[in-house]
Each structure stands twice: as structure tokens, then as C-alpha cells.
Design a protein. Structure first.
Length: 215
């Protein structure tokens, strides 16, 4: 299968998909868009992905799959080794819940277009934007820490001793957190899981600083 990943090096949603591709051992062509210059809003990209968001995964027949979690679940169904979601329905729902608490609750409020709107349209200071970012991380990280701290399903990773969908989302969010100097002291369980992710080349190779980029 010939895969093309349309993405941005610093986009946490792009980091998620890169990590999933690496964990699956799948090769792909990296196509980068500079979001600050609006390249993802160009007619060429909008014809490919009308949402105008990254990432988008283009398959060898030209089909495009958008939205990072949809891409990752597609990859898990087509390339099930290693599985990124548990086989048990209840455990799978639990892992999805952890993933969505980051991808659906934190990320939409912390992504570039929201932060740019705060600064450019609402004249929020840089310090104010940072406070906004940290607030929404804390809102979900506090509950995630409680969920994972004593749950018997947790091992080295969110579920057991193999990385999966929830770890991918946590890892990508943590990459953003470092840029905004989020204090991880209140979240020792999450910090440990992220450290375990960073011990694996598949995750390290997905980091913004490890990947080719433009701008």
C-alpha cells in the first residue's frame, strides 16, 4: 500500500497519525503544509480534503481519509498488528474514552486556529493565550490522572504493556504541553506513561523535532 500523509510537523493530530504509522511499521510519503501561511487552505489541498485540516491520509487509489482518530482506527482495522485498540468491547470503549478526553476535549481548544483567533481577533496577550492553553489541559489531565492512577488495566501504558490509541493521543498532547511549559508535577501517572512512550523509536520518530517540516 502506497500511503501519503498530508500533515504539519507540529500539529498534534499529525503527530498522532505519524506515531500510529510507525507503530504499525508502515512507510508513507510525508507532504508538509505550513499552517501559519495558510497552505492547508489552498485550492489544491481543499480539493483533496474539503475540511482544510491536517492530517489527511491519501491511499494508493486516491481515496482520502481525514481526521486523526478516524485514520488511526482505519489503520487498525486494515493493519491489525499490532492492535491499537483492545479486542474486548468494554476495554475498547474505555481506551476510546481516554483518547477522546484529549482529542475531543483538550485539542479543539488548544489547536493553532483557536490560539491564533484569541491573539489576532480578540487581542489576547501571549501570556493570556498560554494561560488559556494550560487551563484546558488541566481540566482534562486532572481527571485522566485519577482514571489511570489506580486502574488495574493500566500497565506501562494506558492499557496494559503495549502502546495504543490512548497513549498516542497523550503523547501528542504532551509534545504540545512542552511548548507551553505545562507543569506535569500533578500528573505523575501521565508523565510516566509518556516517558515509556519516549523509550520507543516509533514515538520519538513522530515528534515534531524529529520530522521533516516546512516553516
Amino acid at each position: 500500500m502506497s500511503l501519503v500523509l498530508h500533515n504539519f510537523f507540529r500539529s498534534s493530530a499529525s503527530v498522532r497519525v505519524r506515531a500510529a504509522l510507525h507503530l504499525k511499521g508502515l512507510t508513507y510519503t510525508h507532504v508538509s503544509y505550513t499552517l501559519r501561511q495558510g497552505e492547508h487552505r489552498s485550492p489544491a489541498y481543499l480539493s483533496l480534503n474539503p475540511q482544510g485540516l491536517v492530517p489527511a491520509l491519501q491511499l494508493d487509489d486516491g481515496t482520502v481519509v481525514a481526521q486523526s482518530l478516524a485514520i488511526i482506527e482505519y489503520l487498525d482495522e486494515v493493519h491489525p498488528k499490532p492492535l491499537l485498540l483492545p479486542s474486548d468491547p468494554l476495554d475498547r470503549a474505555w481506551v476510546r474514552g481516554l483518547a477522546h478526553s484529549i482529542a475531543s476535549d483538550i485539542h479543539p481548544l488548544n489547536n493553532l486556529r483557536v490560539l491564533q483567533y484569541l491573539g489576532q481577533e480578540l487581542d489576547v496577550s501571549e501570556a493570556g493565550v498560554t494561560t488559556w492553553f494550560r487551563h484546558w489541559v488541566a481540566e482534562s489531565f486532572a481527571s485522566l490522572e485519577r482514571q489511570l492512577a489506580d486502574d488495574p488495566r493500566r500497565g506501562q501504558f494506558c492499557y496494559g504493556d503495549s502502546p495504543g490509541l490512548a497513549d498516542i493521543c497523550l503523547f501528542a498532547q504532551m509534545a504540545n504541553n512542552r511548548r507551553f511549559r505545562v507543569d506535569m508535577t500533578p500528573y505523575p501517572t501521565l508523565a510516566t506513561i509518556n516517558t515509556n512512550c519516549l523509550a520507543l523509536p516509533a514515538f520519538v520518530d513522530a515528534l515534531p523535532e524529529s520530522h521533516p517540516h516546512v516553516g
